[in-house]
Ligand binder design. Structure first.
Ligand SMILES: [Zn+2]
Length: 132
């Protein structure tokens, strides 16, 4: 699946969910009896223009985060890896490139950056580091 196809299917999945399903998927969490990661992700954002804006509470990092296979991962990073079909190393960060900032989790709006680049961008914009 290409990045575009992955994004299109995720937008469709998100749009098809009822409000009830959204609430259910978000509350169920992960684990073997939980909801598929893709469904939890789809239930957690809403499309606003071209952006996928995260709707759930964010943790102390102020970044959208999910639990995947018992490990916390920032949602934008997870989506980027899924869309591109690659795994990132801890030194590879994804940074948002659209004006919405860290609450946007659309992989089309993120680019790979190094840790130092991410920190420099954050300083320039006087924002917390928006990469995960
Ligand atoms: Zn965006």
């Amino acid at each position: 699946m290409s990045k575009d196809e992955w994004c299109a299917s995720m937008e469709l999945r998100s749009r098809m969910l009822s409000e009830k399903q959204r609430a259910e998927y978000v509350s169920k969490g992960s684990g073997p009896r939980g909801v598929a990661v893709e469904d939890r992700f789809a239930a957690s954002f809403r499309r606003e223009g071209e952006c996928w804006v995260w709707q759930r509470r964010v943790g102390t990092s102020c970044l959208p985060t999910m639990t995947v296979q018992s490990h916390p991962v920032t949602s934008a990073r997870w989506a980027w890896m899924e869309a591109h079909g690659v795994d990132l190393t801890p030194d590879d960060l994804v940074g948002s490139t659209c004006g919405t900032g860290p609450m946007c989790v659309n992989p089309q709006h993120h680019a790979l950056v190094t840790r130092s680049e991410a920190q420099r961008h954050a300083q320039e914009r006087r924002l917390p580091v928006t990469s995960g």
